[in-house]
Design a protein around this ligand. Sequence first.
Ligand code: PBG
Length: 354
Amino acid sequence: MRAGIIPVKELISDAIAMVSTMFPKIRMRRLRQPGIRNLVAETQLSPDDLICPIFVDETIENSVEIGSMPGQYRVPLDAVADEAKEIKDLGIPAIILFGIPETKDEGAMSAYDDDGVIQQAVRSIRSGTDGLVIVTDVCLCEYTTHGHCGIVDYARETVLNDPTLPILGKVAVSHARAGADIVAPSGMMDGMVRAIRTALDIDGFTDTPIMSYSAKYCSCFYGPFREAADSGYAFGDRGGYQMDPANSDEALREVELDIAEGADIVMVKPAIPYLDILYRIKTAYQMPTAAYQVSGEYAMIEATAAMGWLDRDQAIYESLLSIKRAGADMILTYFAKDAARMLREDFGASTTTI
Ligand code: PBG
């Protein structure tokens, strides 16, 4: 037989096999009928998947709405416990705290002050709300005058990696001392997980997990957050430490290093524009994996919904479901409270199908 020529008998049996696995025997729409579609749904969203951010502001007496994130507020210290309780009562298992301190300086001293804004907030939530997991964001940008995530060398206009590490260790320990359940370093310094793990262990916090913002991209989608957390930076950008959006293999290396340094949970951020990264990371490492649906993702949905251009609830549901389907075990989202309310009303399942 000459190469490249397929015997007629084989061709016919292939054709028969193909036809028998095709229309009209197979109709994919059979399983899309009401009720049945819920049985075969591969991804379920639950309030248990959600982590709700709270911005706590030491400088205010009453809650202030964040202009760039309509529906989101900075809350004063004495309201934070009530806010946390409301979140817990909605069935959301965890919060993540961001602080706006009274004072900022070059060395971010207020970030590791035992009476700092986060430390006070954690204590006040801890005393009032049992069973809520308190995650704290460990970063310097809200506490430095220049707004960068580490110690700055002004002459070289750069953020210094190694001098930042012991400070991050101190911040994490002070959060753990106040009662934080999980610390979440977000500054993208090399070696930050190792530095924090070492500092926590020396202080006896061997059981405090680290959720590392492992693959955090240098993204314009953080724009609205910077107004929320008052963490705009004085010069440069964060491209020297946050990841280049062009890269994907590099995200795997970041995650691998964080796992080796002792990260318990790894994170991808932002979420929707980086679902390919999330999928690769979950597939490669099978680690508990978080995704952060960031301020810009929130603002996009809010703004388009406000224009009447898309259905807000559907957009929230579909975006969160997609993040989960791509591989997230947990999602940090400003929609957490709305999503928990929707899910209680069985939102996804009750979608009418025709
Ligand atoms: C701080 C931090 C940022 C976000 C979370 N932690 C801002 C930044 O890195 O510039 C962004 C969160 C959001 O946009 O919702 N390092």
